[in-house]
Design a protein around this ligand. Structure first.
Ligand SMILES: *[C@@H]1O[C@H](CO)[C@@H](O)[C@H](O)[C@H]1NC(C)=O
Length: 198
């Protein structure tokens, strides 16, 4: 989905992004997910989910280890697409100059074969608010809570795959929405109280 044509697009628009993915095979256990705030192939947010833990088969330029459990990463790559960014994407952790792991589901559970998952993302770039929720049928299976980050001030939306075959994405949609969610104000107030001690 292109929220607007053109490259290196910067917008401060809030968005709700939803979609469903389903891995329609019992082979392989790699990454599936989606991207948002996509500015270019070196600058974007990615929500990615692996089925099982695994060390990447290419251990240069460094050894990368993936954990299962939904992850939210900010990609700000100095090197751009290439081996270093590849391993940094695989790795569940921070890689300086490439990727910051902003949140990971502490349950550390991978996706199931032949199962549909629906995501709901709220992004309000003007205040740096991000929240991702993931449902299996009507059950909430992962929730990032409020994550604050302003590295990407909006951008394109899309789907993400790293080495996984037979992914079906469906019912993708987005809505512009600039309303600040209540949980942002709640967090903001809590932080102010901590700072000022009221
Ligand atoms: C817009 O965002 C607000 C705050 O998260 C939410 O309460 C409202 O339902 C959203 N509106 C639409 C049309 O998605």
């Amino acid at each position: 989905i292109r929220s607007k044509p053109g490259k290196g697009y910067t917008a401060f628009n809030g968005v709700e992004f939803e979609g469903t993915f389903h891995v329609n095979t019992v082979t392989d256990d790699d990454y599936v997910g989606f991207v948002f705030g996509y500015q270019d192939s070196s600058s974007f947010y990615v929500v990615m989910w692996k089925q099982t833990g695994q060390t990447y088969w290419q251990d240069t330029p460094f050894r990368a280890t993936a954990q299962p459990g939904l992850q939210l990463k900010a990609v700000k790559s100095h090197t751009g697409p290439g081996e270093r960014l590849r391993n940094a994407m695989w790795h569940t952790g921070d890689t300086p100059g490439e990727v910051t792991l902003m949140w990971k589901d502490p349950r550390n559970v991978g996706w199931k074969d032949k199962t549909s998952y629906r995501w709901h993302l709220s992004h309000r770039p003007h205040v740096g608010y991000i929240r991702v929720q993931l449902y299996e049928s009507t059950t909430l299976v992962a929730d990032s809570g409020v994550v604050m980050d302003t590295s990407m001030r909006g951008g394109r939306l899309g789907v993400f795959c790293f080495s996984q075959e037979n992914i079906i994405w469906s019912n993708l949609g987005y809505r512009c929405n600039d309303t600040i969610p209540d949980d942002y104000y709640y967090l903001y107030k809590k932080q102010m109280n901590l700072r000022w001690g009221d």
